[in-house]
Design a protein around this ligand. Structure first.
Ligand code: ZN
Length: 180
């Protein structure tokens, strides 16, 4: 399950002004009731990024859109344990101080259940990086798909699923640099 399109608007400080109905649907599907709209209106989108690196890139992207008054589109993945979900984020220049953000579904590919992507399971021990954009995991100097990461980490036989932190891989950094 995913969604076709979510739109939301933010002001120039990144505060969420409005969210579409699909926003709530998606938050519920992904075990994040705390992100339903009543709770997020007035909050800064930057508070949702636990990684400073990721937050700074989004800040720069927004500044770029406002400065150049040019719409930009950023492909990203929003995977679930059983699906690879491909999306585009479109950021439009502000109208009356309000920036329109549109997240559009591109395609979904089914996958076998992958524990590494399951937000409902307990995690402990090691901290591994996942790219916020392409959802590849940083394992032994490579950025690899979740399935390969599970193999490399030997998670089939190990009880503990590692904790995850968000970052950006070299390939996505290169794509972002072209937009900035
Ligand atoms: Zn990446």
């Amino acid at each position: 399950m995913g969604f076709n399109e979510i739109t939301y608007t933010i002001d120039s400080d990144g505060k969420i002004v409005s969210t579409s109905l699909e926003w709530d649907e998606f938050a519920k599907q992904n075990h994040a009731p705390s992100l339903c709209k009543g709770a997020v209106h007035g909050q800064s989108i930057f508070d949702f990024f636990e990684s400073r690196e990721v937050r700074d890139i989004y800040r720069s992207l927004l500044e770029r859109v406002c400065r150049d008054r040019r719409t930009i589109q950023i492909p990203f993945r929003c995977d679930s344990p059983t699906e690879r979900r491909f999306y585009n984020l479109t950021i439009a220049p502000p109208v009356d101080g309000v920036i329109n953000m549109t997240v559009s579904h591109v395609q979904t590919k089914e996958r076998d259940y992958c524990s590494l992507l399951d937000v409902t399971i307990d995690r402990e021990g090691d901290l591994i990086s996942v790219c916020s954009w392409c959802k590849k995991f940083h394992i032994t100097n490579d950025w690899v798909e979740a399935e390969e990461a599970v193999g490399r980490l030997n998670l089939f036989s190990s009880a503990a699923t590692p904790r995850i932190t968000h970052s950006i891989c070299e390939d996505c950094m290169e794509s972002m640099s072209e937009l900035l």
